[in-house]
Design a protein around this ligand. Structure first.
Ligand SMILES: O=C(O)CCC(=O)C(=O)O
Length: 209
């Protein structure tokens, strides 16, 4: 199908939701000699309806985290599905298959984040639960509001900013979990929520959080 975008219609919501199984909009950029970011704009169309469904279907929880001997309430809600058949939306289960096929990594669990508004955020970190190998491929799908996604060298340096909108994929590859850290900073005044879905593979990682 040269020059034509192949959309795979998901059975659950065929008129609304489709993923670009050809990844025809994918743009990969090296961020250093060993790490890359791939942006796939508009990978999932109909993403706002998936966002709406997940806000109510997922058992969101707010966790306490320990950092430097202090406990703090994480400013976002999260959930994890360690078994794909429990993922409460067929669109996401199909997304897992599409990503596994395209990137050659068997994704077998998903971690979800719900940033309810601009005061929710996540600080600089590596995805240690998605990646324990020197090189990994970690896709993150955005649903809902556009938020800034920043990535900067772990040893210091200037950050690179991405602005994934609803349905866009950001894929961190190569040594981007080893040599880089990423964050989603607060955006005061923003009322709209954002869900991000982090696709995990036990081939690449440990699974306990
Ligand atoms: O929300 C995002 O885009 C990033 C999520 C993330 O890095 C994480 O869950 O560890």
């Amino acid at each position: 199908m040269s020059g034509q975008v192949q959309k795979d219609l998901f059975a659950s919501d065929a008129s609304q939701t489709a993923a670009d199984f050809d990844f025809s909009t994918a743009q990969r950029s090296a961020i250093d000699a060993h790490s890359w970011i791939e942006v796939v704009p508009g990978w999932l169309s109909g993403s706002h309806s998936v966002f709406e469904r997940l806000t109510t279907a997922v058992p969101w929880r707010q966790h306490d985290r320990r950092l430097f001997d202090q406990t703090f309430r994480e400013p976002r809600l999260t959930a994890e599905y360690k078994t794909l058949r429990n993922v409460p939306d067929e669109v996401l289960r199909k997304a897992v298959s599409a990503l596994s096929k395209y990137y050659g990594v068997r994704y077998d669990s998903v971690w979800l984040n719900f940033y309810r508004h601009g005061e929710d955020s996540t600080g600089w970190h590596r995805d240690r639960f998605s990646c324990r190998k020197p090189e990994c491929i970690v896709p993150v799908l955005t649903l809902g509001a556009t938020r800034r996604f920043l990535i900067k060298p772990r040893n210091g340096g200037t950050s690179i900013a991405y602005k994934p909108g609803s349905g866009d994929l950001i894929v961190m590859g190569g040594r981007s979990q080893e040599d880089w850290v990423h964050s989603v900073p607060k955006e005061p005044g923003l009322c709209e929520g954002r869900i991000s879905i982090n696709f995990q593979s036990s081939e690449q990682a440990i699974t306990e959080r």
